[in-house]
Design a protein. Structure first.
Lengths: 415, 201
């Protein structure tokens, strides 16, 4: 009888076994070690593939594992060579998700709840909160740049990566409506594929082909095509290849206007993000502008650049500090704001950081422009809150331990 | 546990696949912004893609890339230089004949020409051939409504008589278009012109 009771006590239900495994310290240790390896490999891969491609690969929630690539610095030509590590590294996204679950179950649910461990629970909670903030940032953060010249106003930021096609309609000589083809169905196109975009609210459709993620339109008369590339109106698209700094990519493609019956109604047009102006097409006597560019986000208010200042290190052209005086225009409201490095403007869920300026090749230009990085992230302040809470929890924990130690020593001394 | 793990793996692998259709419906618009003010209409490709200093150089460059020679058929006349055309001629009241160089493949260009007449595309291998530029050029013929593109209106009752050949990695084309009866009357002139056409001599 006694032995059967012991056996029953030892045999856990499968659900409890899974819970114990997910909440275990062993799993936490393994996950932290794997996160350490992931960070190390990510640092190595970043040098060969660039920061953003590495982040997209290492924290891709759609894949369970991947094969890292690192650079081999010493080869015959002296160039860095890409080497694939045939070790299936678990996706950082799933490692972080599992670690968050482990910390929640082990450090918040299963932990014995006594007064003494309250600071430990608080610290665990704040780390879980930090991981959640990272998840929200991963899925919801948007970053772009707002460029504005002194004396001018802008209410639009341009995404760093997403390339879109815009078709603008006209009424009374001004743009009246802008139709948007999002980036995903464009970037998923290979150079030899075509895709038809059925424009629901326009009298024509668009056929996109030869989409190149980083392209340069070349004048055929100055530089003829090198590999038989198609020339359209004296220009062709050169594939500039991927860059480590993917925010510098400027796409290019061919576009044909199709009737609703699918018949081409014009010659091919080259679209390129590296364009000074959009292409104009005429359909049924009405003009339309077609533009390939980085996606624009229209802000709920406008920013006017009143003055830009740059201070340089003595005797050099190197900027020591640079700052912008701007006026925020929101309907009838005007607000003067000073933006400088590490002192951003935070308004209505958007944060404006002073990030760049120009023209930088002239010492005293007639007019400066300022580039403000615009960030929209619902979890903007969550890491700060999390760190304050974890600091409070740890101070509480260490303070209580110190107090107990000192009380014990005093007691021992008096006895 | 093993089947469950396999199922999980299969589900994750499937979710990694990407599906892409050939057609995408677009309904999205974006609000107007300060960047939509004062747009430039009808910018040329040079204005769109070149910095101002290079734009000034473009018109100075010769339109033709090589020395072309040919026997001008009776009734044909020089129509003056035109962008993207190596030789630009006219005949009759509304016919034009021109030689140009383009990229892509023969089939791409054949498809484009047939597409301008709303005709079914045909394989290059099935097309008749004539002598042109020292080789065998394919001949393309179509009739109907001609949509030349580049904002020009479509015209009914038109015809196409053209030839194409790969020359030095590019596609050399001879294209006659115009009212169907005028193009039909120029068949002999077209063959004579194609046979006489030479480059670089």
């Amino acid at each position: 009888m006694e032995s059967s009771v012991t056996k029953t006590a030892r045999r856990k239900s499968p659900a409890l076994a899974v819970f114990d495994f997910l909440a275990s310290l062993k799993l936490a240790t393994v996950l932290l070690l794997l996160l350490f390896v992931l960070t190390w490999l990510a640092t190595l891969e970043q040098t060969v593939n660039g920061l953003r491609p590495m982040m997209l690969k290492y924290f891709n929630w759609k894949e369970l594992f991947f094969f890292p690539e690192i650079g081999r610095p010493f080869n015959n030509t002296g160039e860095e060579q890409k080497v694939t590590v045939f070790f299936p590294m678990i996706s950082g996204f799933w490692l972080c998700a599992l670690f968050t679950l482990n910390l929640t179950l082990g450090g918040l649910v299963r932990i014995r709840k006594t007064a003494r461990v309250v600071p430990v629970i608080v610290s665990h909670f704040s780390i879980v909160f930090l991981m959640v903030a990272a998840g929200v940032t991963h899925f919801m953060e948007e970053r772009g740049a707002l460029m504005v010249y002194e004396g001018e106003t802008s209410n639009v930021a341009q995404d760093y990566h997403e390339q879109v096609i815009e078709v603008s309609e006209f009424a009374n000589g001004a743009v009246s409506k802008v139709h948007l083809i999002e980036g995903k169905p464009l970037t998923s196109l290979k150079p030899d594929e075509t895709r038809i975009f059925k424009m629901a609210n326009l009298p024509f459709d668009l056929k996109v082909s030869n989409f190149i993620e980083n392209a340069q339109p070349m004048p055929a008369m100055m530089q003829p095509p090198t590999q038989g590339q198609e020339v359209v109106d004296r220009f062709w698209l050169r594939d500039s290849g991927p860059m480590k700094e993917t925010e510098l990519h400027q796409a290019g493609c061919f576009v044909e206007v199709l009737s609703k019956e699918g018949q081409p109604v014009g010659e091919k047009i080259i679209l390129a993000s590296r364009s000074n102006y959009p292409a104009t097409v005429s359909y049924e006597g009405r003009p339309y502008l077609i533009n390939l560019r980085k996606k624009l986000w229209v802000l709920p208010f406008a920013v006017q650049l009143d003055e830009f200042r740059v201070e340089r290190d003595p005797g050099t052209n190197r900027p020591a500090t640079f700052e912008s005086d701007v006026t925020r225009l929101d309907g009838g409201t005007r607000e003067e704001v000073h933006i400088k490095m590490n002192e951003p403007m935070r308004r209505e869920g958007y944060t404006f950081f002073q990030t760049n300026w120009g023209p930088q090749d002239e010492e005293n230009p007639d007019r400066y422009y300022s580039v403000l990085e615009v960030v929209k992230n619902p979890a903007d302040h969550w890491p700060l809150a999390s760190l304050i809470v974890v600091m409070a929890g740890l101070c509480w924990q260490f303070g209580a331990s110190l107090f107990r130690f000192m009380s014990k020593s005093k007691k021992e001394a008096t006895s | 546990m093993k089947p469950a793990a396999l199922l999980l793996l299969a589900a994750l692998s499937l979710s990694s696949c990407r599906k892409s259709g050939d057609e995408v419906a677009v309904e999205e618009t974006r609000p107007l912004s300060t960047m939509d003010e004062s747009p430039k209409l009808n910018a040329t490709s040079s204005e769109r893609f070149l910095p101002p200093d290079l734009q000034q150089q473009m018109p100075e460059m010769p339109e033709a890339e090589g020395n072309w020679s040919y026997d001008l058929p009776a009734g044909w006349r020089d129509a003056g230089p035109r962008m993207m055309r190596e030789i630009n001629l006219a005949f009759g009241e509304g016919g034009e004949a021109y030689v140009s160089l383009s990229g892509g493949t023969l089939q791409d260009n054949v498809d484009r020409w047939y597409g301008q007449f709303g005709a079914e595309p045909q394989a290059v291998e099935t097309l008749p051939r004539i002598e042109m530029l020292g080789g065998e050029a394919i001949v393309i013929e179509a009739q109907g409504t001609y949509s030349p593109g580049m904002g020009r209106p479509a015209k009914e009752g038109q015809a196409l008589l053209g030839a194409m050949i790969v020359k030095d990695g590019r596609i050399a084309t001879l294209k006659l278009t115009g009212p169907a009866d005028e193009v039909a009357s120029q068949r002999e002139a077209f063959l004579q012109f194609a046979a006489s056409l030479k480059q670089g001599e």
